[in-house]
Structures are given as structure tokens and as C-alpha cells.
Design a protein around this ligand. Structure first.
Ligand SMILES: Nc1ncnc2c1ncn2[C@@H]1O[C@H](COP(=O)(O)OP(=O)(O)OP(=O)(O)O)[C@@H](O)[C@H]1O
Ligand SMILES: [Mg+2]
Length: 464
């Protein structure tokens, strides 16, 4: 039986919660001071501890780490009469499972407890099962992505609902599929619901199905996507796009796992594992009243936030090798291409607003433009990336018209030759930038022959 401890100086509240928890079959105890609570937690084994903040013998938050370190490493839920954002941050940083205000705890203690206990059970199971993760072509071994892969492994061994957030192109769908493939639902369907493209009028019947004659054109009964996911995984992609009334219907499905197809009188069941994803800020949407708080709460039982590519540049080389290998086979070429001198540094310096999708498309474009050339020069990359690189190179370089003020008198003086080369390179970069990488235009603007311009670009390794 799960064991619960409530540490709160409000004796009436303790009695009320204890009675309620005992009625629900939990072995429940309470303590009125931090020291009494800590003593109980050290000598007995608790699964969840509800811990008050303002206690007669100190601040509950200061004791949080001590409670966490007791032999049963319990899940601790901070309960507070007066919630404040700093307290919430401190609680989470110190390993609290949750931070809940007292009115919410009184109304929803069962919900908070269930989630914490479910997490605890999954955690124990995950620790017992050494998982051989099938990475499903998720490339990268840097710190950021490795952390996300750890979360993926933890999520996969349970059937907890997972919410994946991240900018566009960061791999949310790839992760959702990998969760399915690594889970015990893998033998059944992975059903994608693209919430952004559900037709408004058919949304309920697409999700929940309909009976024959339910509406004009419903000449036969149809299963909805929710039924197709029975025994498998339902992936709600772009979940922020679900209209509010569908959010309400969906919440019920998540709570009951049963629902009524359009026009039906009988409820039907579907036991699916839910994974959702979005690049929108759902918390902000909750504040704006466009997303239901209770639904968000259900979706986010377990969250994975995928990092943007610019924050995991250490993976770019590995990703480039992976994609180049893919294109080399796709284009049926006999030899793979080498990379030009500035190719990788150009990729690393770019911001990648479209993340891995943009990287893959940029590489494919470069690959196609390079045609039979054995080397992939950055010249073949999309213009926006080359302009970024050219701008970066120009920025901060010595300028021929530089004022006396900007010359550092203590810096070592370059030789005339070095200085001239530097200026020449800067000029060529500018010319390329203004000509948008077009050599003919640049040679016209610079009043140089194309041959001469080529020679100079080659000399400064700008010919890519
Ligand atoms: N870690 C990765 N390794 C290799 N390829 C990846 C990785 N992550 C994403 N991709 C590739 O990048 C592309 C975009 O991934 P995906 O569709 O999963 O992104 P997304 O986050 O769902 O984007 P959006 O928000 O636009 O729907 C896909 O082609 C996918 O195969
Ligand atoms: Mg997607």
C-alpha cells in the first residue's frame, strides 16, 4: 500500500486530508512540525510527502532536500498558503515533485497524488529495466540531445502521457515516433493527428468516428483516429491548434478513455498512449484563455523540451555526415563528396531558425548544386547562409577608412603585406555580399576580370 505523510501545522487541514486519503485506501500519517515530520520520514518508508512552507520550527523549503534524502527518497509536494514564483522555482530546483497552493490541494489532492505516485512507479520500473534504446536515426551525441534521449528512454518504458515542445524542425515528430517504437505499444498503431489541419466541421467525427447517417454524407459508419490508436500511440501534433470545444471533449477522453462517436448512443473505449507536441507556448495560451489549463496539466505528465540547433552546434558535424551519406545514396553517386575549407564553420556560425529541417534542406540544395564536383564548397549553400557568413567575416575587421581613434596603439603592427591581404580579403567579402555571391556581378562591380577575381577568391579561400 502507498504511504503518505502530511507535514503541516494546520491540524484541521491535516485531519481532513488524512481522512480523505485514508478513505481512498492510502496509509496516511501527519506531523505538525518539521522535526517531527523529518523524524517520521527517517524511521518509516513514505512514497509521497506533502510539505507545508511556513512551519513553526522553520521554512519547509529549507527542509526539502533533507526530506528528499530520507531512506525512501519520497516524492515531495510543497503545499503553501501563499504561493510565490521564487518559492516555486526554489522548490522545483531542490527536487520537489510539485508546488501547489492550499485551495488547489484541498480540491485536487487525489489528482496530485495520483500523478506523483504514477511517476514514482514508472521511475522504479525504469530503474529496473535496462533499456536498449532504438534511436531511430536521432543523430547527435552532445550534452543537450543526450539529456533529451535519456528522457526519451525514461518515457518509453512507461505509458505516461508525454508532451514534446521545441521550435519548428527540432525533431518533435522524430521523438514522438521513437517513444512509440521503444514502448510496449510498439506492435500497434502510431496514429498522427495533425491538429492544425483538422477540418473544422469534421473535427469530432475525424477524431471520434461516427455512426451511419450521423450527418449528410455519412453513408457508412467510420472509426475515428482515437479508435485506430487503441493499444498503440496517439500523437497529437500541433496540439495548440485544437479548438476549445474539442479540447473539452478530448479532456474527457483522456480521463475516461471512453467517448461517444458522432450520432452514437453507446460509449466506446480506446486504450491509447498519448504523445503531444507543439512549438507554441501553451502556458501563455492558458493565460490568454485559448488553451484549457486542465488539458495542459494532463498532457504534461512528462515533458521533453528539444533544444534549437544553434544551442547544440557540437552535433552539426555528425548531422552533416549523416545527411551527406543519405544524399550520396539517394543520388546514386559512386563517390561521396568532401567538404570545402569553410564549409563547417559557415554552418556553425548560422542561426538555423528552421533547425534540423533547414540544415537538411540546405545540405540537399548544396549537394544538388555541386552536381559532379567532388567538393562541397559553402558557395553551394543557400544564399541566406552565405550572406550571414560574409557579414560575420566583414564585421570587426580593420577598415581602410578607420579613424585614428579605432587604432589600438599597443597592438602589434602587422606587416604591410599582411595588412594589404587583410584589406583585400575584406573588400572581396564585401563585393561577394553585395553581388549576392554572383561572380559576374562582383567582377563588374569591382572592375576586375572574372579570371582575376577567381584567382583572388581562390587565394583567400573564398571560392566556395
Ligand atoms: N536528431 C535528429 N537527427 C536526424 N534528423 C533529425 C533529427 N531531428 C530532426 N530530424 C529531421 O529533421 C526534420 C524535422 O523533424 P520533425 O518533423 O520531427 O520536426 P518538428 O519539430 O516536428 O517540426 P515542426 O514543428 O515544424 O513540425 C525531419 O526530416 C527529421 O527527420
Ligand atoms: Mg512536427
Amino acid at each position: 500500500m502507498d504511504k503518505i505523510l502530511i507535514v503541516d501545522d494546520d491540524e484541521r487541514l491535516c485531519r481532513m486530508l488524512t481522512r480523505r486519503m485514508q478513505r481512498q485506501g492510502y496509509d496516511t500519517f501527519s506531523a505538525c512540525t518539521l522535526l517531527e515530520g523529518l523524524d517520521k520520514a527517517t524511521t518509516d518508508f513514505f512514497d509521497v510527502i506533502f510539505l507545508d512552507v511556513e512551519m513553526p520550527d522553520g521554512d519547509g523549503l529549507e527542509f526539502l532536500a533533507k526530506f528528499k534524502k530520507t531512506p525512501s527518497s519520497p516524492e515531495v509536494i510543497i503545499i503553501t498558503g501563499q504561493g510565490d514564483p521564487d518559492g516555486a522555482e526554489k522548490a522545483i530546483k531542490n527536487g520537489a515533485w510539485g508546488y501547489v497552493e492550499k485551495p488547489d490541494i484541498i480540491n485536487e489532492i487525489g489528482l496530485h497524488l495520483n500523478r506523483a505516485l504514477q511517476y514514482r512507479r514508472e521511475k522504479k520500473r525504469a530503474q529496473m529495466v535496462p533499456l536498449q534504446l532504438k534511436r531511430q536515426n536521432i543523430i547527435g551525441s552532445g550534452r543537450e540531445i543526450s539529456y533529451c534521449l535519456d528522457l526519451l528512454a525514461q518515457a518509453s518504458v512507461s505509458d505516461i502521457s508525454v508532451h514534446i515542445s521545441g521550435e519548428t524542425g527540432t525533431g518533435k515528430e522524430v521523438f514522438a515516433r521513437a517513444i512509440h517504437v521503444n514502448s510496449c505499444q510498439a506492435a500497434n498503431n502510431f496514429v498522427v493527428v495533425d491538429c492544425a489541419s483538422l477540418p473544422e466541421t469534421l473535427i469530432e467525427s475525424t477524431l471520434f468516428g461516427h455512426v451511419k447517417g450521423a450527418f449528410t454524407g455519412a453513408d457508412k459508419a467510420a472509426d475515428g483516429l482515437v479508435k485506430q490508436a487503441d493499444g498503440g500511440t496517439l500523437f497529437l501534433d500541433e496540439v495548440g491548434e485544437l479548438p476549445l470545444n474539442t479540447q473539452k471533449s478530448f479532456l474527457r477522453v483522456l480521463q475516461e478513455r471512453s467517448y461517444r462517436p458522432v450520432g452514437a448512443t453507446q460509449e466506446i473505449f480506446s486504450d491509447f498512449r498519448l504523445v503531444s507536441a507543439t512549438n507554441q507556448n501553451l502556458e501563455e495560451m492558458v493565460k490568454a484563455g485559448t488553451f484549457r489549463k486542465d488539458l495542459l496539466f494532463r498532457l504534461q505528465a512528462f515533458s521533453i523540451d528539444l533544444p534549437p540547433l544553434r544551442e547544440r552546434v557540437e552535433d552539426i558535424k555528425e548531422l552533416v555526415t549523416y545527411f551527406m551519406d543519405k544524399f550520396y545514396r539517394r543520388y546514386g553517386q559512386t563517390e561521396s563528396k568532401g567538404l570545402g575549407p569553410n564549409f563547417l564553420s559557415t554552418l556553425v556560425a548560422y542561426d538555423w531558425p528552421g533547425n534540423i529541417r533547414e540544415l537538411s534542406q540546405a545540405l540537399e540544395q548544396a549537394y544538388a548544386r555541386a552536381a559532379n564536383s567532388p567538393t562541397l564548397f559553402s558557395y553551394y549553400l543557400p544564399e541566406v547562409i552565405r550572406i550571414n557568413q560574409a557579414r560575420r567575416l566583414v564585421k570587426g575587421k580593420p577598415h581602410s577608412g578607420a579613424s585614428q581613434d579605432s587604432i589600438n596603439p599597443t597592438a602589434e603592427l602587422p606587416t604591410w603585406r599582411e595588412y594589404k591581404d587583410e584589406c583585400e580579403k575584406e573588400y572581396l567579402n564585401k563585393a561577394l555580399l553585395q553581388a549576392h555571391g554572383n561572380i559576374s556581378t562582383a567582377s563588374n562591380m569591382a572592375a576586375l576580370s572574372r579570371t582575376r577575381l577567381y584567382q583572388l577568391l581562390k587565394k583567400y579561400e573564398l571560392l566556395e
